[in-house]
Design a protein around this ligand. Structure first.
Ligand SMILES: N[C@@H](CCC[C@H](N)C(=O)O)C(=O)O
Length: 281
């Protein structure tokens, strides 16, 4: 079973072709083992290049704990570069079928390296779409009690749920884990902790649903920009600085789609050993 290891700003993925996984009965436990950094290849997620009846390809993304996510911003940049480098798409811009709808990446170049600008679609702000069990049209600065402290939370869905907090507590990993599993979020949530540097730049740490702390999160960076605009603390285009590097995100107006641009890099190709595969077949 062949795979390709890729990353977007250190948020790393193992990419498989759909047909390679036909014998795998339990994709959740397969993904968990593949992502294990000691007993597997090691990654934040597994991405499948799958068939679609409404786009040339569908992207499926499984987190390191085996759960399936609706979308992945860094993942879709890797997905686009993977297909483009292999001549599997004719144009630099093409639609990709995801569980969050059709998303459109465009392969570009920055400083002689491949990069991808992605039309990430519209942010969903209604509480019921995120979903978050709060009786409100939009959830901006909702006071959430966690471990005896109160955090002002803004909820945004970029196809997947995000809880954005404009604060960076020392124990952000512990707080992130508690919010991910908070009963207010029926599908759990990703959590972003933000320090605004100025109206065009923010420093962000991410606790990802189904993974834990990661070096970057593309959908998270988009959610941060949208939340920052709603709160009036960020401009409509800003650099979102994550531990693994910087993404450029824009949201031209409240009715428009969100755009995200950043790099994606292939690291190595490999083959899973028969010994490991036996467990799932
Ligand atoms: N790292 C991703 C998001 C991956 C899915 C996420 N953990 C979830 O469960 O929603 C990104 O770059 O967007």
């Amino acid at each position: 079973m062949r795979f390709v290891k890729m990353h977007g700003l250190g948020n790393d993925f193992v990419i498989f072709e759909w047909k390679e996984l036909q014998g795998v009965k339990d994709i959740a436990s397969f993904s968990k083992r593949v992502c294990d950094r000691h007993f597997g290849v090691g990654a934040d997620g597994v991405i499948l290049v799958a068939p679609s009846d409404r786009a040339p390809f569908a992207m499926r993304i499984f987190n390191a704990d085996g759960s399936e996510a609706e979308m992945c911003g860094n993942g879709i940049r890797c997905f686009a570069v993977y297909l483009w480098k292999r001549g599997r798409v004719a144009d630099r811009e093409f639609p990709v079928d995801t569980k969050a709808g059709i998303i459109v990446p465009r392969v570009t170049e920055r400083n002689g390296k491949l990069a991808v600008k992605v039309n990430m679609g519209k942010p969903r702000l209604r509480a019921s779409f995120i979903p978050i069990d709060v009786d409100a049209e939009q959830v901006v600065d909702y006071p959430l009690q966690v471990d005896g402290k109160t955090f002002a939370l803004t909820a945004v869905s970029m196809g997947n749920p995000h809880a954005v907090i404009f604060d960076l507590p020392g124990d952000w990993e512990k707080v992130g884990e508690s919010i991910e599993k908070h009963p207010l979020f029926p599908h759990k949530t990703n959590v972003e902790f933000v320090k605004v540097q100025n109206r065009k730049e923010a420093l962000v740490k991410v606790w990802e649903r189904g993974v834990g702390p990661t070096l970057a999160c593309g959908t998270g960076a988009c959610a941060v920009l949208v939340a920052g605009v709603l709160k009036g603390v960020l401009d409509r285009e800003a650099q979102i600085h994550l531990p693994g590097g910087t993404l450029l995100v824009s949201w031209p107006d409240n009715q428009s789609d969100v755009f995200m641009e950043g790099p994606a890099e292939e690291v190595f190709e490999g083959k899973l050993s028969e010994e490991v595969l036996k467990v799932w077949k």
